[in-house]
Design a protein around this ligand. Sequence first.
Ligand code: PHE
Length: 337
Amino acid sequence: MKEKLSKIRVEALEQINAPDANLEEIKVKYLGKKGELTAVLRGMGALSAEERPIVGQLANEVRESIEAALNEKKSELQAKALQEQLKAEKLDVTMPGTPSPVGHIHPLTRAQRELEDIFIGMGFSIAEGPEVELDYYNFQALNIPENHPARDTQDTFYITDNILLRSQTSPVQVRVMEHQKPPIRIISPGRVYRSDALDATHSPLFHQLEGLVIDKGITMGDLKGTLEVFAKKMFGEETKIRFRPHHFPFTEPSAEVDVSCFVCGGKGCRLCKGEGWIEILGAGMVHPFVLSNCGIDPEEYSGFAFGLGIERITMARYGIDDIRLFYENDERFLEQF
Ligand code: PHE
């Protein structure tokens, strides 16, 4: 029996140290319930009382040495596997990465931010209003009653008889004046809508930037001065501005404002269509009716307002001749800005 045990030990250790050893199998084969060592222990009943403890001790030693060899081999294999994994997953963090393409802001967003910066620099703050607007704010409070011909030029999309997509940013004037006491000095950029067919110069959705200043003693001189500073900042120090008489129901007097062409300097070229001037905005002194509609006393306060088209300014600036290019998201166009 002793010889049998020694043989088991030698065999088992040999198998454990073989290069392709299957440790689980070896464990079952020698130490399992039906294993060889167990079989030897079962036969111990046949031994004499003197032999039994000696063989028992030897059997324990054999079991312990097989278990120890199995454990040692197991950690050896695990360490080896870890080394291989570390080698395979080696990462050189100093290698340059794969660049992912980064987009950039849309030319209209860029123009809007530039406009905002210019006016914030002159002490204006930004006000916002809803794009889905009440008829009252878009028209009536701005001195455009039902059936007024000015509604024709600003035909828009109606949600109900009373609710529409705003056709201009001017309703924000009314919303601000209703809630804020003068002095008021705000700009309000945003989307506006008109039911125009899409062509090279018209879009049913476009962007405006509204300006409003209300205080005691504000005059047309303040309007001209403000717009002149703005025009020089936006189009260059050489830029001149020109006021042409016009009519808006919510300003009186009203004007359309041109800037001298920043390509030809006023001589006439393709951009200004030979005119020397480019129209950029509508403006005027806020109508006394509008002030009263908003609870501001026109005897005490006066002010000016202006509204410019962000597409128009961006198109002029970059010589873009088709408004549709802004909304088609063609990267060949957008990448140029
Ligand atoms: N809201 C006018 C338009 O869309 C522009 C404007 C704004 C004119 C403010 C005067 C004062 O045509």
